[in-house]
Each structure stands twice: as structure tokens, then as C-alpha cells.
Design a protein around this ligand. Structure first.
Ligand code: ADP
Ligand code: NA
Length: 330
């Protein structure tokens, strides 16, 4: 196998993935398993950097894995695992902590945003070093490519810097990875505030589509999406963010080009677009939920898939860690 290697992780925090997670990240995971030697993990170590509940974490980690399988990850064609099942992540992270400057880590914008929201006293050192754990996550697999959303670009840059530093200090050990960001679907916006990114941490869930919600709830959210006072259905993110977001969602869910959709809805109103998209959404999400539930109803199968995934991941991770520890002088 000489296919390029891809590595990506997704948080189990919210239970259900939202439409932005799916269209911005998970869909790419499914595509990349055809062209890459792809490793995907549910990052439960990252999930405890903020206040958490053990029972919810355990349940949500399984729900995340079930959704990845339901979305089309095939354990025969990729390696799917839970981060905490592979202890090498934490072991390599320590070395990477010792190679990262305090000032360098302090410049990570995601940390600054999250810690500003929480306040200094509630911010953990774990949250501060989270990007450095991500460095270890990526380098352990000698990944060529890291499929992420635009918001993660800075962390991939940090990974490249630290990998070069390690190689420069201790001799060639790590491959230098690059971010794989898909432009067209890079960002899905909130249905009620189409200038803000759809996010689980939005102040209200009215504009957020959770994939595991009742399909009729999602249909209703699409039908009440904020658009504009114009009537033309045209892709113009700057002047028509709401309509453009609906077109992006429609196009990516069905594989129909934006231009084709603009033509289809020429002379029709926003109501027609929303009604059709609501139907597309229900048709897509109904079997997705059913497949997710099937995995959750069969814990033995899910456990076996995840155990096999962890075994495949560890085979690679342990080899890299042994090389790195040897170079460091352990
Ligand atoms: P959130 O931003 O809701 O907290 P995460 O940070 O857990 O979600 O994101 C998991 C993955 O989904 C990341 O790769 C991220 O880039 C992607 N993602 C999150 N929100 C969106 C969005 N609105 N549009 C596109 N991709 C997104
Ligand atoms: Na994010």
C-alpha cells in the first residue's frame, strides 16, 4: 500500500453531529478512504479539556463512532478508533509539550477564544496544551494529509513547525503533513444567522441541524431558515448568505451543481426551495439515523470494530513512538 496517509479526529462532545460537521468534515472522511490510507479517531482525550461528565462522555464516544460508520466509514477500508484506546497519543504528546514554546502555544487562536469564554480560573492546562496533543495525534501516524475545517488550519501549521523542530534536533523522524481543506463545503452557516458558522456552541439551537434529531424537527428548521427580502434564488454568499447557505447544503447533499439548482428554481420562490430541501434533508437523515441506531443497538459489533481499529492504529503508533523515544534518549 503506497497510498498517502490521512489522519483526522472528531470530538464526541455533543452526542449528535451537526450538519456542519457532516458536510465540512465527515463527508470528506468518507471520500478519502477511497484514495488514502485513512485513520479516523473519536478524540475523547480532547473532550476532557473542558468540564465533562463521565457517563455522557462514554455514551457520546460510542454515538460518535456509530455516526461515523452510519455516514459510510468502512472499517475494511479505513482505520476507525477511539483515541484513548491508543496510549501512544498521550505518550508522544509529552515529548511534544517539551518541544513547544510557551509563547508559541499562547498564540493559538482557538485556545484564546475558548479560554476567553471560560475565564482564566476555569481554563485547564489541558485546554492550553490541546493543540500539542493534536500535534502528537497527527505525527504518530506519519500522516501526509489532515482533512480539517478552516478553523483547524493553525493547528496543522503548529504540527509542521514542531515536526521540523524535532527532525532538526534529533534527526529525521516525522513526515511533514499538510492540511486538506475542501473549499466548496468548507463552511456551513447557522440557519437563523447565516453570517455565523453552524456550531454546537451557538447560543440557540434554532439554526442548528443535529443529525440525530427527529427529521421533522430538522425539516421545520429548514423551512424557517432566515433568507432575505429579495426573491431571486442565486448563489451570492456576500449579499444573500441565507439563500446561498441553503443552496450549498442542497448541492452537497444531492450532488447537484449550484448552477443547475439556480436554473431549477428560476422564477420560483424561497418557499419552493425550502420545501424541497426539507424533503432532501428528511430523505438523507432518516436512513442515517436508522443506521446509527443499528450500531448502538448492537454493542458487541461496535466494540469489535473499535477494538480492531485500535489494534491497527497501535501497530503504526507504537512503531513511531519507539523511534521518537529512542531519538530523545529514552
Ligand atoms: P463545532 O465547531 O460545532 O464545535 P467541532 O469543532 O467539533 O464543531 O468540529 C468538528 C469538525 O467539523 C471540524 O473538522 C470542523 O472544522 C468541522 N466543522 C464544524 N462546524 C462546521 C461548519 N459549520 N461548517 C463546516 N465544517 C464544520
Ligand atoms: Na470547531
Amino acid at each position: 500500500l503506497d497510498r498517502p496517509r490521512a489522519l483526522s479526529g472528531i470530538q464526541p462532545t455533543a452526542g449528535s453531529f451537526h450538519l456542519g460537521n457532516y458536510l465540512g468534515a465527515v463527508r470528506q472522511y468518507v471520500a478519502l478512504q477511497e484514495t488514502h490510507d485513512a485513520f479516523y479517531m473519536v478524540v475523547d482525550l480532547h473532550a476532557i479539556t473542558v468540564p465533562q461528565n463521565p457517563m455522557e462522555l462514554r455514551a457520546n464516544t460510542r454515538i460518535a463512532a456509530a455516526q461515523l460508520l452510519a455516514a459510510g466509514l468502512d472499517p475494511e477500508r479505513c482505520t476507525l478508533f477511539i483515541q484513548s484506546h491508543v496510549p501512544e497519543h498521550a505518550q508522544l504528546a509529552w515529548v511534544m509539550n517539551c518541544l513547544t514554546g510557551f509563547g508559541e502555544a499562547s498564540r493559538m487562536t482557538q485556545f484564546k477564544d475558548k479560554s476567553a469564554k471560560q475565564g482564566a480560573d476555569r481554563t485547564t492546562v489541558g485546554l492550553f496544551t490541546y493543540p500539542i496533543l493534536q500535534v502528537a495525534d497527527i505525527l504518530l501516524y506519519q500522516a501526509d494529509s489532515v482533512p480539517v475545517g478552516e478553523d483547524q488550519r493553525q493547528h496543522v501549521e503548529l504540527t509542521r513547525d514542531i515536526a521540523e523542530r524535532f527532525n532538526g534536533t534529533y534527526g529525521q523522524t516525522f513526515k511533514i503533513p499538510s492540511a486538506h481543506i475542501v473549499r466548496e463545503t468548507a463552511k456551513i452557516y447557522d440557519l437563523q444567522d447565516p453570517t455565523a458558522k453552524m456550531s454546537k456552541s451557538a447560543s440557540t439551537t434554532k439554526g442548528l441541524i443535529n443529525l440525530l434529531d427527529e427529521p421533522k424537527v430538522s425539516a421545520k428548521k429548514i423551512k424557517s431558515a432566515v433568507t432575505d427580502t429579495d426573491t431571486v434564488i442565486r448563489f451570492d454568499p456576500e449579499h444573500k448568505p441565507g439563500v446561498s447557505n441553503l443552496l450549498t447544503i442542497y448541492s452537497t447533499l444531492t450532488g447537484t451543481g449550484i448552477a443547475e439548482l439556480e436554473e431549477k428554481y428560476q422564477g420560483k420562490g424561497y418557499g419552493a426551495l425550502k420545501t424541497d430541501l426539507a424533503e432532501v434533508m428528511v430523505e438523507w437523515v432518516t436512513p442515517f439515523r436508522a443506521r446509527t441506531q443499528e450500531y448502538l443497538d448492537d454493542p458487541e459489533t461496535l466494540d469489535a470494530i473499535l477494538a480492531k481499529g485500535a489494534e491497527k492504529a497501535r501497530a503504526v503508533a507504537a512503531e513511531t513512538l519507539a523511534q521518537a523515544y529512542d531519538k530523545v534518549g529514552f
